[in-house]
Structure formats: C-alpha cells, structure tokens
Design a protein around this ligand. Sequence first.
Ligand code: 13P
Length: 250
Amino acid sequence: MRKPMVAGNWKMNGSSESVKELMAGIKDGMGSVNNAEVVVCPPAVYISRVAGSAADTAIKVGSQNICDEDKGAFTGEISGEMLKDTGCEYAIIGHSERRSLYGESDELVARRFAAARRNGIKPIFCIGETLEEREQGITNDVCARQIDAVIALEGVEALADGVIAYEPVWAIGTGKTATPEQAQEVHAFIRGKISALNADVANGLRILYGGSMNPGNAAELMGQPDIDGGLIGGASLKSEDFLAICTAAG
Ligand code: 13P
C-alpha cells in the first residue's frame, strides 16, 4: 500500500507573522489527519523557522527548489546540504513555474533531481503539459520526455527515492481542475511507463496530482487508483483547507 502524501507549495507567499499563524493552524488540526504524510514547502527564507515549528510534530518540510551544484559561486542558489541543514526532507523540483518563467530545461531539472538524491533529500518531481500540448494530444509524450531526462541521468531506480507530482499547467492556479478521469488517465500512463522498466519501482512510487486541488474535489481525485495524494498551491495557504485535503487523503 502506498501511503498518501499531501504537500503544500506555499510559492512566494507569506510573512513572518502569517507563516507562524499558518503553522499554528496546521499543527492544531493534525489530530484529524489519519494516514497521510503531510509536507509543507515554504519560501526558502522561512524554512528554518517552519522546520523549528514542525520539529515536535509529524509535519515534514520541503524546499521549492534545490541547486544542481553542491558548493561555490552560484549566487542566489541554495545547496542540498544547506536545505538538509535547515530541516528539509523534501525538495520540489521542476515545478512548471520554474520551467516556464525561469527557463529550467528537462536536463537542468534532472541535475537538480540528482543533487537532491546525493544530499539525502527526497525530490517532489513535477511534470505536466501545457494547455496547448494537451490540445495537440501530446500530454503523454511531454510527461514521458520529462521523466526520461531523469531516468537518463540517474536510472529508473532513482525514482524510488522521491515522488512524482503530475501538474497539468493549465490547471495550476486557474480553478480548472483536471477531472478525476483525466488525471487518472495520465497517472496510469506514468505508472505504466515506469513499470515497463521496473515494476517494483512503479508499484511503490507515489504519484501526486496538483492543480487547483481543494477540499471540494480532493477526495474524488485521490480516490482514483493511481492518484496517491496532492501537491497543493492556493489551498495550502489556509490551514482549514489544507487540513481538509490532508484528512481526505487519509
Ligand atoms: P494551485 O493549487 O494553486 O492550482 O497550485 C498547484 C501547484 O502549482 C502546486 O505546486
């Protein structure tokens, strides 16, 4: 059985005060979360304090990116060792906002995946197609290409060290959620593709859905056989909504 996981991607939101309040709210409600692994991914400047706040709880902390290099003259980047040192267990890698707004290629994303692994951080590896790509009927090709970049660099077994998050770009922050059937179809494709290379890795791999997931649609999405949790943006900024999704996952 794959343990469901719900991760909150706070993106570039929050302040010292709001982060403290959000963490207090999540900690308060964790008693209602039965079975899901709960992760929060704050902006990097708040990782330390969030990790401190989460220290006596089951809540795990992740970063929103990780440098592909380990040390040195890489202004503005944060290394895996630093993330580990400040309390991160996970790192989001290849989010579509990084790919589209900051030009991160499949190859760079794969190198970031490798950096996470060699520093003992579990990648939350994001993939997904744009609306244009979906309309062209190449959703599976795009997801396969993004996954293949990691497999080429690290081998299929490396996927067992993290989770995949399927996030259709057209569903992110738009309120347009993929239907459970649409999402399940892609999740099944992803698992099938990996299974053709290594069935054990595919069976154990958690594949999260992300894109306008909220308390109203979470249970149905996560009820699909190949959807093992969610990567939540907007709804992760309100503790009640985030907790409702975590509870639905359990
Ligand atoms: P929303 O939940 O705001 O659509 O964002 C999803 C996302 O990008 C999580 O990484």
